[in-house]
Write a protein that binds this ligand. Structure first.
Ligand code: IPE
Ligand code: IPE
Ligand code: MG
Ligand code: MG
Ligand code: MG
Length: 290
């Protein structure tokens, strides 16, 4: 698993470096690269490729689509660490982007990474029909805006120090993290021009995978260490974040996550041994320490 993940990370970084190097230079490139290349598991790209293999898709196109996803993810982390959001000074074992370059530069580098995702998906080296490109851009925008990352981050901050119901916590986690995973799961179907019903099915699988990922992130915050996780831990409780752990307790949250894995795997049964990679990724997501 780790080997596969490393290969995907290497290929994604290679594509992104080439893409950025082809563009004209600017002062924002250095902070953008800092947010993009300073580590990062590339787990979203792994999910995209796992689903892509269910549908026999071309690896190179998947790496390009994955690179766009990773740009949005990197932007969301830069902004997540800002003083007006989670106010975190360490990310991936290094100083957060705003600590290193200043707040306004971090905001602008984040904005530039968000829009770079659209540049990548609309670029002419991605050799897919125009209609497919538009559908991809439409879906990835939806997963990043007020119904996705931005909306979820808004809820996350507004729920601080409040008693929030289980369904509201789940809604927040699916928006801030799940929607981008949803995109990872539907992008292969969009590339294959599958019908709306099939797309909807994978959108739901993606939300559950994203929810699992965020719940696992919350578990790492609860039990993990700065040294391994590469970011400060035990901060959700300190900031009064509404998480399933704060509502149900640590053990019940682990039970909940295991049930989620079962639910997702049940939906994959019909793909037989082809879904082995994905099931392996799900186990990794829950058991990781970083
Ligand atoms: C952390 O994401 C933020 C969440 C959405 C929970 P990752 O754990 O994927 O971060 P990197 O890219 O590997 O550092
Ligand atoms: C971040 O969630 C979700 C994003 C969309 C960036 P967290 O705030 O829990 O992520 P970490 O723990 O800081 O990485
Ligand atoms: Mg946050
Ligand atoms: Mg945070
Ligand atoms: Mg966290």
């Amino acid at each position: 698993m780790q080997k596969k993940l490393n290969k995907i990370a290497k290929d994604t970084n290679l594509f992104l470096k080439k893409f950025i190097n082809k563009q004209k230079k600017s002062e924002l490139i250095i902070p953008m690269k800092y947010g993009l290349f300073s580590g990062g598991k590339k787990i979203r790209s792994k999910i995209l490729i796992d689903i892509g293999t269910l549908f026999d898709l071309n690896y190179k196109s998947l790496i390009m689509v994955g690179s766009a996803i990773e740009c949005i993810h990197a932007y969301s982390l830069i902004h997540d660490d800002l003083p007006c959001m989670d106010n975190d000074s360490i990310r991936r074992g290094k100083a957060s982007t705003h600590i290193k370059f200043g707040e306004s530069t971090a905001v602008l580098a984040g904005n530039s990474l968000l829009t770079m995702a659209f540049e990548i998906l609309s670029n002419k080296d991605l050799k897919i029909p125009e209609k497919t490109k538009i559908d991809l851009i439409n879906k990835i925008s939806e997963s990043s805006g007020h119904l996705g990352i931005a909306g979820g981050q808004y809820l996350d901050l507004s729920f601080e120090h409040k008693k929030v119901s289980k369904s509201k916590i789940i809604e927040m986690e699916i928006k801030k993290t799940g929607k981008l995973f949803s995109f990872c799961c539907v992008a292969p179907l969009i590339l294959k021009r599958k019908n709306k019903k099939e797309i909807k099915k994978f959108e739901n699988i993606g939300s559950d995978i994203g929810l699992l990922f965020q719940v696992a992130d919350d578990l790492i915050d609860h039990r993990g260490s700065l040294f391994i996780a590469g970011k400060k831990t035990a901060k959700d409780k300190k900031r009064g974040k509404a998480t399933l752990i704060s509502l149900l307790g640590y053990k019940n949250t682990i039970k909940y996550a295991n049930k989620l894995i079962l639910k997702i795997n049940n939906k994959l049964i019909k793909y037989g041994s082809k879904s082995k990679n994905l099931s392996e990724t799900l186990e990794y997501i829950l058991n990781r320490n970083k």
